[in-house]
Design a protein. Sequence first.
Length: 231
Amino acid sequence: MPPTGIPQWLVQPETIPSTTVVPVDSDTIPLSLKTRDKCRKAGITEFFAVQAAVIPRLLHMARNVTTRHKLPDLCVSAPTGSGKTLAYVLPLVEKLQTRVVARLRAVVVVPTRDLAAQVKATFDQYTSDSALQVGLATGQHTFAQEQKMLCDTDGPLLVGGASLVDILVCTPGRLVDHLANTRNFTLQHLEFLVIDEADRLLHQNYSDWLPRVLEAVDTHTTTPPSTFTRD
């Protein structure tokens, strides 16, 4: 029996050998041919352990939930440089690239501007020939400029919002600012919430950002999005 208050998944996590590698063309990782080609063009011929474990799991969860049910949360711990960013970028792009209307369906929260820029660059690489739009909100631009890039702020206030991006990479404080002050910015369509470097983000205040984000989601639905955390 696990110690009181400690969840079973934390007491007995699934451990993946660090030596695990899987070829990009392996059937165990069901990526589209287009995504595989992009991987090869980026010089990726094999997936590392965290990628081999996480990518198929996220794809399976996303593809087998056809209604707005809550997807299981996934917590990943792996060393810096092990490829965790690609482990969530590829499944999110695969799931969202067939969308018809732009809605904010994925939010990636990171602790620093530099990391946000790196993550966005990775998303841009794998969405370059799709209709998906990736936004960045870190304070690098003025707040008004970010508002114009993220939403239609000049049109009428719409019940479903008016997002110009499908995926948003942001710092926690900036996300809270947009929730509070940006016209037509909403999380009601959110399917994926990625908390990158979760240990750092959750142990520092950052304007009490997580309860505010979850409240914004719960305002519109009782089934929160799937959460991918990594430390």
